[in-house]
Design a protein around this ligand. Structure first.
Ligand SMILES: [Zn+2]
Ligand SMILES: [Zn+2]
Length: 218
């Protein structure tokens, strides 16, 4: 039990501190520190390393997996138009999943020690440090773990030959989402297209609870 009025020491690893904020975590996490320098998460160098991801690792690691999945469905006899449809449907599926996660999980209100800690790890850190460039895209190790339940979820609804292309489409949707999100924070748009994209993104976020607008996506 930690005394009321706990203050987070920003010079020490954050992850195991934020839980002690209890009720005041909600307020703390929505007071962004807008600096490109990120905080330390863990004492251990190994775990710390797993939380740091350069944005280009996302397409470099996951696009070959997308191609691999799509080619599995091709080898199982699907025609090009069928494959295109499945991939588009997969991208759409990802959008739905992302919306659901953001709407119901990423902005969940927590006050327990582990509730705060887990929330900080999955999304709270992005609200607290929206410009931390190495903690904006999702760590590949965590994505790899999540691929298993998602593959099995698709398998429940799809046939053995359509599962790979649908899953590949979903993964492609994820890659596009994560890279666009990174660009909207760190890119320097020189034409009107990215500016319009930023406008659309903000509008999309209007569907999310107020906190997202106050946090990272103004
Ligand atoms: Zn958010
Ligand atoms: Zn953001």
């Amino acid at each position: 039990m930690v005394a009321q009025g706990f203050i987070v020491d920003l010079n020490k690893p954050l992850v195991f501190q934020v839980g002690h904020l209890e009720e005041s975590y909600e307020e703390w996490v929505h007071q962004p520190i807008v600096s490109k320098e990120g905080p330390r998460f863990f004492e251990s160098d190994f775990w710390e390393f797993l939380t740091l991801t350069v944005w280009w690792a996302i397409p470099v690691i996951w696009l070959p997996v997308v191609c691999c999945c799509i080619s599995m469905s091709v080898r199982m006899g699907h025609t090009l138009p069928e494959i295109v449809l499945m991939v588009i449907f997969g991208v759409f599926l990802w959008t739905l999943i992302e919306y659901t996660l953001h709407r119901f999980l990423f902005h969940i209100k927590t006050k327990s020690y582990w509730g705060n800690t887990i929330h900080y790890l999955i999304h709270g850190c992005h609200h607290k440090h929206p410009m931390d460039g190495l903690r904006l895209v999702f760590p590949p190790a965590a994505t790899a773990v999540l691929c298993f339940p998602f593959w099995n979820l698709v398998k429940v609804f799809a046939t053995p030959s359509t599962t790979p292309a649908l899953f590949g489409g979903g993964l492609l949707g994820y890659v596009m989402y994560d890279v666009t999100h990174y660009y909207l924070h760190h890119g320097q748009p020189s034409s009107d297209v990215p500016k319009n994209l930023k406008f659309c993104w903000t509008n999309l976020m209007m569907f999310f609870p107020r906190n997202c607008l106050q946090g990272c996506h103004r």
